[in-house]
Design a protein around this ligand. Structure first.
Ligand code: AMP
Length: 438
């Protein structure tokens, strides 16, 4: 016997009723983001590999270990094959699109959101997959459009707090930090490099490498034995220039005025190279080891790093998979997880009545009713058993019913069975089953 095929490790199928929860999260995101005037962008699932190398950073775990990359066959013999990569995140694609479509020339701030799958070759565990979904948004534009303003940072953070509250995710924590300007970061990197010289030999192999190539990345290390050493390292806050200090102070002041609680976390530098100034994560206690619901920050130099105009911006990406886990942990959504109950189950009595049953179902569905259509091959007893599980009422379509135009309707909640004329049927099925006998 041949081996049964399964979904690839780190990928999974999403089935009903859980998909209802996914839809609810996506709908809430669309509704909330629309109120802040964000529009949707959809970028390709794969891009030229160099886009990620130049934006996310060669030395990051994502680019150095986790990308799904392949050589795309050349179209003509003279052409070199192109290195392509399944997107591990979406900010790079959005900024590439911003440059390609010259969105900066509008002179306006571009406020864009996306919803889609991302791919990273990570070690799968609860809340960490190789194909996962992100909902994210970016506010990017020329400095003349106010794209550098700390108000943009505060507005995005306030929007996220509103989104999580509306979704019913209680108990989130906003972790906030500033990694300063590119110059501040460069200065801090040198301070770290010097501080790491005597410490790195006692650390993990990755940190030994990072201590030389990109010392900032040492702060992302998750190896437990390295944590006490990392705690002793100089803090980035002490390397910020006055402009970065003032910018960050304006962000926190606006958050306080708006009543958005936050927690300062000096180690939060985020795993991607393009971040500048404000960085943040929203975490949730119900998620276990993978506790980051979402992460983001400012990326004032990203556009220029990939060959575009000056276009400061700020954005975030949240893991849809983790939002679902957080909602399930909070048990805030039992109703969504319950199987959907139809308004009625249409049961034709005999196969000769299948066509009449389909016609009736079509009419009722067009009247916005949620209908399960049975099958004339089932005996009435079997139809009743199935209908009782799937619907509030059963409508029996027999020879007599079709002739007389009076249908037999049984209400499963009250147990009452009556005749209802075809003209009154829609109105009858729309009444809550609990309140009326039939
Ligand atoms: P990052 O782009 O790494 O900052 O990730 C942003 C958010 O995406 C995280 O806070 C997670 O919620 C989610 N995320 C990242 N990687 C994964 C993954 N492998 N599986 C599930 N969710 C992920």
């Amino acid at each position: 016997m041949s081996q049964t095929l399964k979904a690839v490790r780190g990928t999974r199928d999403l089935l009903p009723p859980e998909t209802a929860l996914w839809n609810r999260i996506e709908t809430t995101a669309r509704q909330v983001f629309a109120r802040y005037n964000f529009g949707e962008i959809r970028t390709p699932i794969f891009e030229d590999t160099s886009l990620f190398a130049r934006s996310v950073g060669e030395e990051t775990d994502i680019v150095s270990k986790e990308m799904y990359t392949w050589e795309d066959r050349a179209r003509a013999q003279s052409e070199k094959p192109q290195s392509l990569t399944l997107r591990p995140e979406n900010t790079a694609g959005v900024v590439r699109a911003y440059i390609e479509h010259k969105l900066g020339e509008t002179g306006q701030l571009q406020k864009l959101f996306y919803i889609g799958p991302q791919f990273r070759r990570e070690r799968p565990q609860k809340g960490r997959y190789r194909q996962f979904w992100q909902i994210g948004a970016e506010a990017i534009g020329p400095p003349s459009a106010g794209s550098e303003s700390p108000l943009r940072d505060a507005e995005i953070l306030e929007m996220l707090a509103t989104f999580l509250d509306e979704l019913g995710i209680a108990g989130w924590t906003l972790e906030l930090n500033s990694v300063g300007s590119a110059a501040d970061r460069a200065r801090y990197n040198e301070i770290l490099r010097a501080a790491l010289v005597p410490l790195a030999p006692q650390m993990c192999v990755d940190c030994q490498r990072r201590a030389v190539t990109n010392p900032l990345r040492v702060l992302d290390c998750k190896v437990p034995e390295d944590q006490p050493i990392i705690e002793t390292l100089p803090k980035i806050g002490d390397s910020l220039g006055q402009e970065s200090i003032d910018h960050f102070a304006a962000v926190t002041a606006a958050l306080e005025a708006a009543g958005v609680p936050y927690h300062l976390n000096p180690r939060l530098v985020r795993g991607l190279d393009y971040y500048t100034r404000t960085t943040f994560e929203f975490t949730h206690g119900g998620l276990g080891a993978q506790n980051a619901l979402l992460g983001g920050g400012r990326y004032d130099g990203l556009s220029e790093a990939i060959g575009g105009p000056k276009a400061p911006g700020i954005g975030f990406a949240m893991g849809l998979d983790r939002l679902v886990l957080a909602l399930q942990a909070a048990e805030a959504v039992r109703k969504d997880a319950a199987p959907q109950i139809a308004d009625a189950y249409i049961a034709p009595l005999g196969e000769a009545l299948n066509a009449a049953a389909l016609t009736l179902a079509r009419e009722l569905r067009r009247a916005d009713l949620h209908i399960e259509l049975g099958d004339g091959a089932f005996r009435l007893k079997k139809s009743l058993e199935i209908a009782n599980k799937l619907a509030r009422r059963i409508v029996i379509v027999g020879e007599d019913e079709v002739q007389s135009g009076n249908l037999t309707v049984k209400n499963f909640l009250t147990g009452v069975q009556t005749k209802v004329s075809r003209a009154e049927l829609t109105a009858c099925l729309k009444k809550p089953a609990r309140e009326v006998p039939a």
